[in-house]
Design a protein around this ligand. Structure first.
Ligand code: 3PY
Ligand code: MG
Length: 257
């Protein structure tokens, strides 16, 4: 994966299909990353990975034709810089609730003069080449999650922060923040209004909108709504759901004789 291509979804106008790795294992990450996704995100927020396992997973994904991304547990500059140094080409940061937090996010993930990322791309320099530091600011994707009441209230100011690649809606948290039950298969009417507002803020600032879909059908609905970064579920969901289909299928056949 050459640096120049990234973040390629902005240039190409294509919809990026992303998968989430919740299982902290390099072989699982490699197997998942070979299923045709455009990008795969290692989840250090709700997934089981920490920095050490994320590093091994990034190494395993290097041979796969996907953009390697991470979601961090919070706005932690040190961890974000370490993960970029380890080769992540984009970061999703949860619970961004103010323009100040979004500015901090951009600063921490950008070399001067745009930001204050510290220089030392120990693995990124190795795999992306000696020009990495010169290209990293433009190449790295920065997705700020809008999933709190304050984040929604400030979404126009957040979307206008220079350097953000896009806003990523956490449907579960955003639903809870708006007093609605969390769901992923569709938006509750109150959440839908909020989603329209977030999409409008993205359009106004020419940045992309992303979110989560549990099924291909839902992913396609979200694409039609204008989302250009769509997470089509997780490695653990794939494992659980397919295993259940096989086991239930066998039980039914066995019952029928
Ligand atoms: C949410 O639904 O809150 C998420 O963070 C999904 O990734
Ligand atoms: Mg969330």
């Amino acid at each position: 994966m050459s640096m120049m291509q990234l973040p390629y979804w902005l240039d190409a106008g294509k919809t990026v299909l992303n998968g989430y790795c919740m299982i902290a294992d390099p072989f699982v990450a490699e197997a998942f990353a070979r299923q045709g996704f455009d990008a795969v995100t290692i989840d250090l927020q709700h997934g089981l990975a920490d920095y050490a396992s994320a590093l091994r997973m990034l190494q395993a994904m290097t041979s796969c034709d996907v953009v390697p991304l991470v979601r961090v547990p919070g706005l932690d500059p040190g961890l974000m810089m370490k993960l970029l140094d380890a080769g992540a080409l984009g970061i999703t940061c949860p619970m961004i609730s103010s323009a100040a937090a979004a500015e901090q996010f951009v600063r921490s993930t950008s070399y001067p003069p745009l930001g204050e990322r510290s220089l030392g791309p120990i693995r990124a320099g190795l795999i992306y080449g000696r020009d990495y530091a010169g290209q990293a600011n433009a190449a790295i994707a920065r997705l700020a999650m809008i999933e709190t009441a304050a984040g929604l209230e400030n979404v126009e100011a957040i979307a206008a922060v220079p350097g953000l690649t896009g806003l990523y809606i956490g449907p579960g948290d955003l639903s809870l923040a708006l007093g609605r039950p969390s769901r992923y298969d569709g938006f509750d009417p109150i959440v839908e209004k909020a989603v329209e507002r977030i999409l409008a803020a993205c359009r106004a600032n020419n940045i992309i909108a992303g979110t989560f879909a549990p099924t291909a059908e839902r992913a396609n609905e979200l694409r039609r709504l204008g989302f250009r970064f769509i997470t089509l579920n997780t490695d653990i969901a794939a494992l659980q759901q397919q295993a259940k289909v096989w086991v239930d299928g066998y039980r039914k056949l066995a019952e029928d004789g």
